[in-house]
Design a protein around this ligand. Structure first.
Ligand code: UT7
Length: 349
């Protein structure tokens, strides 16, 4: 390790539990093509997505979060967490935060519980927040859940966005441990650029255009994204963040066994891998079956890749995310030995 690399703090946040959960209903590209001016070939070639899971009407983000959270706590041995973080762009409602209700439904009443909002970068921001709680001694064991139900904010008739997003939740448990042990999440890089806040936005529903503001339009109440511009930022910001993180740790690209990016779009992920000179085979992706699940995407990709035994104990991982804000972030970890954790049967098209 070069002498100018920064040492991660002690105690470190050590990953000791993991799970993903998606609602059973699968929506294929053909089903979307039946109601939108699009087709399976366009969606597959432009995004890599074949199908996605969608929540039932009335099923909220907390419902998905509770499922993933329960499985993750089980995979970590069932010990209670003393802090619960939910990271989401689609909270159950603007007030209160979603995390306290999730904590209570998981039998963790009394735990510190709050939401983190960083759009699709939420999971990496959540990991950094959890690491901070543990390093400062505020918490010993943190349940971090990334959960989103984009189907509740995307206009079903908006072909540009309805094809990309899916609903889902992924969760990890982090315990206090040593920065040198497998599972320790270290060397964070986080960033933002609010000058481009308009690229990804739900304009209404907050204090700028809230319930007491002038009447809002249908478009303002739904998710809007300037896809092409976002695409360009996503590639450059993710590559720069990944590189900055590797530099902090003194890792070379070749030290990375698996690059686990936010599952924005397969073309974006491959472009970032190319930019980093990382063979595309080292890029972990499940976007074909779940789409872009926002804050859930990295833990869901981790859960799927470990279930398929693609990621194994001792493998070195680089996690990188990008999202609205704009926000971006990365971190590193060596994969720990996790207890066998049965994943729920996944509906396939
Ligand atoms: O998770 C947070 C970060 N989000 C992202 O990173 C997403 C970033 N952006 C993207 O993934 C891509 O920009 C999209 C998938 C959203 C769009 O792909 P694109 O290759 O950038 O397409 P485009 O927006 O440049 O559109 C190309 C053409 C347009 O038609 P014209 O103007 O060339 O005639 C669009 O109207 O494709 C048209 N189009 C579609 N055609 C069929 C747009 N959406 C569709 C569609 N089906 N669903």
């Amino acid at each position: 390790m070069p002498s100018d690399t920064l040492s991660p703090p002690t105690p470190a946040a050590v990953l000791c539990g993991l799970a993903g959960w998606v609602p059973p209903r699968v929506v294929t590209n053909d089903e979307l093509a039946a109601r939108l001016d699009t087709d399976d070939t366009w969606i597959r070639t432009r995004t890599g997505i074949r199908s996605r899971h969608v929540a039932e009407p009335g099923q909220a983000t907390s419902d998905l979060a509770v499922e993933a959270g329960r499985l993750a706590l089980g995979s970590a041995g069932g010990e209670p967490a003393d802090a619960v973080i939910v990271t989401t762009t689609t909270p159950d409602r603007p007030c209160p935060a979603t995390a306290p209700a999730v904590a209570t439904r998981l039998g963790l009443s009394g735990a510190a519980a709050f939401d983190v909002g960083a759009v699709c970068t939420g999971f990496v921001y959540g990991l950094a927040t959890a690491a901070g709680l543990i390093a400062s001694g505020v918490a010993q064991r943190v349940l971090l859940i990334g959960a989103d139900t984009y189907s509740t904010i995307v206009d079903p008739l908006d072909r540009a966005n309805a094809i990309i997003f899916g609903d889902g939740a992924g969760a990890v448990v982090l315990r206090a441990g040593h920065p040198g042990e497998p599972g320790a999440v270290t060397y964070f890089d986080l960033g933002s650029d609010g000058a481009h806040e308009d690229l990804i936005m739900v304009a209404a529903g907050g204090s700028r255009r809230g319930a007491t503001a002038v009447e809002t339009t249908h478009a303002e109440r739904h998710f809007a994204m300037r896809g092409k511009e976002v695409y360009r930022h996503a590639v450059t910001r993710m590559a720069a963040s990944a590189r900055a993180t590797l530099d902090k740790a003194g890792w070379k690209t070749d030290d990375v066994d698996h690059f686990v990016p936010h599952q924005a779009n397969l073309r974006i992920l491959h472009s970032v891998a190319d930019d980093l000179d990382l063979p595309r085979e080292r890029c972990v992706s499940n976007v074909d079956t779940v789409g872009n699940t926002g804050a859930a995407s990295i833990p869901l990709a981790l859960a799927d890749a470990t279930t398929q035994q693609r990621i194994r104990a001792g493998d070195r991982l680089l996690l990188t995310a990008f999202g609205g804000g704009l926000t971006w972030g990365s971190c590193l970890l060596t994969w720990p030995e996790l207890a066998e954790h049965p994943q729920p049967e996944r509906t396939t098209p």
